[in-house]
Design a protein around this ligand. Structure first.
Ligand SMILES: NC(=O)c1ccc[n+]([C@@H]2O[C@H](COP(=O)([O-])OP(=O)(O)OC[C@H]3O[C@@H](n4cnc5c(N)ncnc54)[C@H](OP(=O)(O)O)[C@@H]3O)[C@@H](O)[C@H]2O)c1
Length: 323
């Protein structure tokens, strides 16, 4: 009988108390960010994940603007969204690397409720072989471009007349949670977004602005197909640890994550595991997710060490073959 009582306590009562304790301490508080009839600006919205996001947001009743450089591609994207959803989206052309152009574009589209900084470029190659123009392009488009967008949009988002919750989302990558062979610079730009997001969330929480960081795995887009043409074999081996997704699937997860105000937005099972193992000092709005992080972080660390063992095994094997 005493054994039964102890087991009951350990299995049910203690976890419930622990969850209630987490509910008390978890910050920032849970939030919902409606997108219906609200203005969503999606950068890199003319193709791939950005286009899929724009289509879904438009289908859910948001007023969508897509931003990219190439006007022809933007027109094509606009027509394809209209064809599939019957909804018209706005387009604006700007290079995110040019702060003045970004400021002008942001001014021209009007007040923003949800800013999705999705634009990005990636070249998978060992850094020793990588050209400086590719390195600069990744840093400028992925990181500086995102800083430019935040700098340009933030004053308007802070001074909005309605005080409803609004969102700023960054499109990171699973390569922004763990370094992957061949993605040294790309990973650095996406890891950089995490630091930006964590600090920014603290700076804007008083303005009812919520930051999300989205971590897609390899996603079937034109950029991935292009990157695969020169991708080192070891990059393919390591990237295959996580399943490849379709742009529509990633867009759905991303939009749900933004609407639920999640700080970390993972897209598949491997992403869930990575979010637990890399939770660290990140903000967490869900006390249930905080519970999972606390309980499973040790096991997840062991699994991470195992994955690293297999990756380093592949590297050793590849070097031995090369020699
Ligand atoms: N595909 C994947 O496997 C994968 C995995 C994880 C994360 N991600 C991330 O997801 C995001 C979207 O990737 P994707 O594969 O969907 O790419 P994509 O199909 O190549 O789309 C990239 C978009 O960004 C725009 N863009 C590029 N440079 C720009 C610039 N300087 N200024 C403004 N817009 C610019 C492009 O339009 P213009 O060229 O006309 O400007 C295009 O609309 C990126 O941040 C990427 O790092 C992708």
């Amino acid at each position: 009988m005493a054994y039964f009582h102890l087991s009951f306590l350990a299995l049910f009562v203690l976890p419930i108390f622990f969850i209630l304790f987490l509910k008390l301490i978890v910050r920032p508080h849970p939030i919902k960010i409606p997108i219906k009839s609200r203005h969503v600006l999606i950068t890199g919205g003319s193709s791939g994940i950005g286009l899929a996001l724009a289509r879904q947001a438009a289908a859910e009743g948001a007023r969508v603007t897509i931003l990219a450089r190439d006007l022809n591609k933007l027109e094509e994207a606009k027509n394809s969204i209209q064809l599939s959803t019957g909804v018209e989206v706005d387009i604006v052309s700007a290079d995110v690397c040019d702060f003045e152009a970004v400021k002008e574009a942001v001014k021209s589209v009007g007040p923003i409720d949800v800013l999705v900084c999705n634009q990005g470029v990636f070249v998978a190659q060992e850094i020793v072989n990588q050209e400086m123009k590719d390195i600069r392009s990744m840093i400028n488009v992925n990181f500086i471009g995102t800083v430019n967008l935040v700098k340009a949009a933030l004053p308007g988002m802070k001074n909005r007349s309605d005080r409803k919750p609004v969102s700023i989302a960054f499109m990171s990558s699973q390569a922004g949670q763990v370094g992957i062979y061949g993605y040294a610079v790309y990973s650095a730009t996406k890891f950089g977004l995490r630091g930006l997001a964590e600090a920014l969330q603290q700076e804007v929480i008083a303005d009812n602005i919520y930051v999300s960081l989205i971590f897609p795995p390899e996603t079937d887009t034109q950029s991935l197909a292009k990157a695969k043409r020169m991708m080192p074999r070891l990059t393919s081996i390591m990237a295959a640890t996580s399943s490849t997704m379709q742009a529509d699937e990633v867009a759905k997860k991303a939009l749900n994550g933004i609407k639920s105000g999640s700080f970390f937005v993972f897209c598949n099972l491997e992403g869930f595991f990575l979010s637990i193992v890399t939770a660290g000092f990140s903000p967490q709005r869900s006390y249930l997710m905080a519970f999972v992080e606390v309980i499973f972080s040790g096991v997840a660390r062991i699994a991470a060490l195992w994955v690293q063992r297999t990756w380093y095994g592949s590297i050793e094997k590849s070097h031995a073959q090369y020699k």
